[in-house]
Ligand binder design. Structure first.
Ligand SMILES: Cc1cc2nc3c(=O)[nH]c(=O)nc-3n(C[C@H](O)[C@H](O)[C@H](O)COP(=O)(O)OP(=O)(O)OC[C@H]3O[C@@H](n4cnc5c(N)ncnc54)[C@H](O)[C@@H]3O)c2cc1C
Length: 406
């Protein structure tokens, strides 16, 4: 099989990139490949699927704001719940975040400051501190924030891609590669690059350019070709608890209208789905969690030791709840700046390193990846802003560190 461009990985990043490639280069043949049965069935399906444009780096703000504005044009299709995002800070966190908070200026029109009294009007939350749980000093509510369905985002881009004539191969795993010339025996004067990939059904795809959008699997695959992708995987876990009586948590807010909550204790976050009597919670566990794609699923001990006590402190009225679901996935981290990576070596391109916020940046990252592959120096985002394609590369990187990662 010959093609002009092959995109490997049909999560939100690969699906959006494939669509934007076909849109920007309509005469080309583009194929999108994934080993799963459905688009988005990798880590896209494992996410909390929250979106926000509260980021300290200008690059992340641009990527997320334009992506969210695009998503808001098709709210039903993406199951958008524009409930907002309430980030709660202790006094120490607030003081330590002064620089990062001052970088929020460009998005300040979509932010509201909540003092503890305002919080108490909305939630049955405890705002004083005790032991390891700091008191709540300030709340920052992002209005251009909420949740959606990550799978629907991936499926949407695949549909649009196919409508433009793109080809999709599902249940096909990339198993092998043939490099140009002599594989690992390159002489300095040899042409470098990837000639073809072999799929699990034995077929071979060769031709133009390859864009790997493998999220947390990026290093595992590219490493086999001698490439350091600048990204590493790390396990992250989510737990769903059933709350029979939402009034144990709510004061003035309606069950279907509660913002996502970041509590001031060690990055514990809550995605409230109280109209379904559910709270989904996770925690930015870091130390002790290896950089590895392996992992044995969610760890209940971890929930009981690290998350349940935080919930019990901040929501002291929350008495009747039951752990109903649990799952884990992997972030694809780019350290130290935690912005996405869009890079290439010869005809082999990759887009990954979304560091836990790939869904909310998918449209913009897809535009940057497609533009980079086509040699366009400035990617045009949905909202008309432009971003230099190379600013997300490893070699010419031009981004500031992102501090608001959970
Ligand atoms: C617990 C958790 C919570 C999260 N919460 C949020 C959130 O609230 N908001 C947000 O924006 N982001 C969140 N994220 C991050 C988000 O899920 C990712 O940033 C995003 O899904 C990355 O998309 P992707 O397309 O790069 O990766 P993926 O969706 O993982 O796609 C990669 C694809 O590559 C395919 N693949 C891998 N190897 C091969 C191969 N050899 N051959 C063929 N196909 C292959 C996989 O099947 C997969 O479909 C969260 C992640 C986790 C784990």
């Amino acid at each position: 099989m010959d093609f002009d461009h092959a995109v490997i990985g049909a999560g939100v990043i690969g699906a959006a990139s494939a669509y934007h490639l076909k849109r920007l280069d309509p005469g080309s043949s583009v194929v999108l490949i994934d080993r799963e049965k459905r688009p988005g069935a990798g880590n896209t399906a494992k996410s909390a699927a929250l979106y926000r444009n509260i980021f300290s780096s200008r690059t992340s703000q641009l990527l997320a704001t334009s992506t969210i504005r695009y998503f808001l044009t098709i709210p039903e299709k993406l199951q958008i719940r524009p409930t907002g995002y309430l980030w709660m800070f202790s006094k120490d966190q607030w003081d330590a975040s002064k620089n990062a908070l001052s970088n929020l200026d460009p998005v300040k029109d979509e932010l509201e400051m909540w003092d503890p009294e305002r919080l108490l009007d909305a939630l049955k939350i405890r705002t004083d501190g005790s032991g390891p749980f700091p008191g709540v000093h300030k709340g920052l509510l992002g209005r251009l924030c909420g949740s959606l369905s990550g799978m629907s985002v991936a499926e949407h881009y695949v549909e649009e891609f196919m409508a433009l004539g793109g080809e999709v191969l599902l249940e096909k795993e990339v198993k092998g590669f043939e490099l140009k010339n002599k594989g690992s025996r390159f002489a300095p004067w040899d042409e470098q690059g990837l000639r073809s990939i072999t799929l699990s059904d034995g077929s071979e795809l060769s031709g133009g350019k390859f864009l790997f959008c493998l999220g947390a699997w990026t290093q595992e695959v590219l490493g086999r070709m001698g490439i350091f992708s600048g990204t590493l995987p790390k396990k992250r876990q989510l737990f769903g608890i059933k709350v029979d009586d939402p009034s144990q948590v709510l004061e003035g807010l309606e069950p279907g209208n509660v913002p996502a909550l970041i509590l001031p204790a060690a990055g514990t976050y809550v995605k409230p789905l109280l109209e379904r009597k559910l709270l989904i919670t996770g925690l930015a566990d870091d130390l002790g969690q290896p950089f590895s794609i392996d992992g044995d699923g969610p760890d209940i001990d971890y929930f009981e030791r690290a998350i349940a006590p935080v919930l019990s402190h901040y929501f002291p009225h929350l008495k009747d709840w039951e752990l109903k679901m649990k799952w884990s996935g992997h972030y694809s981290y780019h350290l130290p700046d935690k912005n996405p990576v869009v890079e290439n070596k010869s005809n082999l391109h990759w887009a990954a390193g979304t560091s836990g916020s790939g869904i909310m940046k998918a449209d913009a990252v897809g535009r940057v990846a497609a533009s980079g592959l086509l040699g366009i120096s400035d990617a045009e985002l949905f909202d008309g802003n432009r971003i230099p394609t190379r600013s997300l590369s490893l070699r010419h990187r031009d981004v500031t560190v992102e501090s608001f990662v959970i």
